[in-house]
Design a binder for this molecule. Structure first.
Ligand SMILES: [Fe+2]
Length: 290
């Protein structure tokens, strides 16, 4: 499968024909990466000082925006305020893009986090589970999604001409078929216990249990990482790409300086709900998972 669908759209709020919208949403929901090769995010002159990893406070690998404040960054109050302003501008533009391209999702979109990643991609040999240079699908251990989709907008803002390099893997259905036989059912009562202990925010559904194990089994399997079908993709600075990261098998190999904004989409809002990981897994397993 050709994993990229290239688009000439070069504005966050572009005029898009109905035909192009249909092509884009069909490709997105089929598990492709929409690649906007002329869609850039600009830093103002005074914001260019944020193009340095020194703004990270060392507690985490990314700076995140929560409400109108930044987490994981260090600096004086006015610097942090300017950083938050830059990140909220990106979040606003990413939201505009999603609303323009996929009006079908309408009011059902739920805004999640925005992150700024000024650190160079590292290969975390010490912790395979946290090593995003291994192929994986995104799944959140502490925030059960119950099937809700993870739609992400990424923009490479590297000022030195360096591409963000991804590896994209085989289709979700093929990967699920490969790993499902290894995934056992959750222990009875474990979801309620994890919620009661505050390990998860709400009860983890069987869907969440399977997605987390899919993430872990895939990353832990060195032979799969080496031999599975995959392709290298280079996203130069000044480009933007959008995908359902709970469906597209991806690995971040190289790069520095990335902005990312996440929105959640309920399966019921999809044009092709049968293409969602929830429905694909339910079909393979033969029972309801939420
Ligand atoms: Fe990821």
């Amino acid at each position: 499968m050709q994993v990229l669908l290239e688009s000439f759209i070069s504005a966050w709020q572009a005029l898009v024909s109905d035909e192009d919208r249909t092509t884009l949403i069909d490709a997105l929901e089929a598990g492709k990466i929409l690649y906007f090769y002329s869609l850039a995010f600009s830093f103002s002159d005074f914001e260019k000082k944020f193009l340095s990893p020194h703004w990270l406070d060392g507690s985490r690998k990314n700076i995140s925006l929560q409400g109108d404040t930044v987490r994981g960054a260090r600096g004086d109050e006015s610097d942090l305020q300017q950083l938050a302003t830059m990140m909220s501008r990106f979040a606003g533009q990413a939201t505009q893009l999603v609303q323009t391209l996929f009006p079908q999702y309408g009011e059902q979109l739920r805004t999640a986090r925005t992150s700024y990643r000024p650190a160079r991609v590292t290969h975390r040999k010490a912790s395979w589970r946290k090593d995003d240079s291994r192929l994986h699908v995104d799944a959140f251990p502490s925030r059960p999604s119950h099937g809700e989709r993870i739609l992400r907008v990424f923009t490479n803002v590297n000022p030195h001409g360096e591409a963000r390099v991804w590896q994209a893997g085989e289709s979700f259905a093929d990967a699920a078929q490969h790993f499902l036989p290894r995934i056992r059912k959750p222990l009875p009562g474990s979801a309620a216990l994890m919620a009661a202990l505050g390990i998860t925010k709400g009860k983890r559904s069987e869907y969440d249990h399977i997605m987390l194990h899919l993430h872990d089994e895939m990353k832990a399997d060195s032979e799969y990482q080496r031999c599975a079908q995959q392709q290298r993709i280079e996203f130069p600075p000044g480009t933007t790409w959008v995908c359902f990261s709970d469906q597209v098998l991806h690995a971040a190999l190289e790069g520095q300086y990335l902005l990312e904004h996440t929105v959640h989409v309920p399966v019921s809002a999809q044009q092709h709900p049968e293409c969602s990981p929830l429905h694909m897994l339910e079909n393979l397993i033969g029972r309801q998972l939420t």
